[in-house]
Ligand binder design. Structure first.
Ligand code: GLA
Length: 330
């Protein structure tokens, strides 16, 4: 069997998913392929891109102990899926690894479809989110796995991370979307990602769900750092709604301005950007034909996402909005 799962780029709405907020990611035309057959009592996957082979017993109990390091994602999925038989195959990918384009979620979803029979995108995404949490120890939200599993060709996906409702928004033909590498590797394991999530939990303990909060509520938080974290989330949720509307009506100037506001909020209030990311965004925003740019995904390095005129050429990955993961017999 052959399984393919795309990576993703997030146009806007970062660090909002784990408080039930709004996000607007897009599956991209780069992804992970697994080719192999079911059988035996272990999952044996050789990776050309990452190097090495993952060997995981179908009864794995400690996915975080798997080696090489990328095998923890595989082991996390095995622990969630609990397959009745093994799988032997090879992994190839066209995604850059560890650059913030969700190579890990792409791998998880591909493995889940290869070794298990669940095909409902929401259930697959939920299993893969828990797999990442168990395998890699990153307390991630649902955005990456859900868009990888559920995306629709030519669309971005507005995801309500509280109800998990999906609203596809068509990507117009007269814009281009690029990801540009800032040159700093991004490792969420051991990054302050978990600290940011904890800060949001503190804010919610004071003013209730951030999804329901407004700026007056945020103003009641006495702790300056926690107040800034909450302000990012509350304003970012609104920017997702405004961006989706601007894109749909062809107001790319407004959409680009919202991307820049989002980046500034992630820099000043949420503190997940780096100097290199900030400089790259500033440089790209002065490039002719660029409407806006911002860090994409968790931050702490990785990629910037750019919205530009279709005719603009930028040194980076030009990304086409693509369909979600799929299985074929061949
Ligand atoms: C990572 C996580 C997602 C999300 C983003 C930030 O990609 O896996 O769940 O929290 O960071 O928006």
């Amino acid at each position: 069997m052959r399984v393919y799962a795309p990576g993703r780029v997030n146009l806007i709405g970062d660090h909002t998913d784990y408080t039930g907020g709004l996000v607007l990611p897009m599956a991209i035309d780069l992804g992970t392929t697994i080719v192999g057959e079911r059988g035996g009592d272990s999952i044996v996957l050789r990776s050309h891109a990452a190097g090495g082979t993952a060997r995981v017993a179908i009864s794995v109990s400690d996915p975080a102990a798997a080696t090489p390091p990328w095998a923890r994602y595989v082991a996390g999925v095995v622990a969630e899926v609990q397959p009745e038989q093994g799988f032997v195959g090879a992994i190839t990918t066209t995604l850059p690894l560890g650059k913030g384009l969700s190579s890990s979620a792409s791998l998880e979803v591909a493995v889940a479809l290869a070794i298990g029979d669940e095909r409902d995108p929401h259930r697959v995404a939920g299993m893969c989110q828990r797999a990442e949490q168990r395998g890699a120890g990153v307390p991630c939200g649902i955005m990456d796995q859900l868009v990888v599993a559920a995306a629709i060709d030519e669309h971005v996906l507005l995801i309500d991370c509280r109800s998990l409702a999906l609203t596809p928004v068509k990507v117009p033909d007269d814009v281009a979307i690029y990801a540009v590498d800032c040159g700093e590797a991004r490792h969420l394991v051991g990054s302050p990602y978990a600290d940011r999530r904890a800060d949001c939990a503190l804010a919610e303990a004071i003013i209730g769900p951030l999804r329901d909060a407004d700026l007056d509520d945020v103003g009641q938080i006495a702790d300056e750092r926690i107040r800034r974290r909450a302000r990012h989330v509350v304003t970012e949720n609104q920017r997702v709604v405004d961006f989706a509307a601007a894109l749909a009506r062809g107001d790319y100037g407004r959409a680009g301005a919202l991307m820049i506001e989002s980046h500034n909020s992630l820099r000043n209030d949420f503190e997940v950007t780096t100097t290199r990311l900030d400089e790259l965004v500033a440089r790209l925003c002065t490039t002719t034909g660029v409407f806006g740019a911002r860090v994409t995904g968790a931050g702490f390095g990785g990629c910037v996402v750019v919205l530009s005129e279709a005719s603009t050429t930028i040194d980076g990955w030009r990304l086409r909005p693509s369909a979600g993961a799929r299985v074929s017999a061949g």
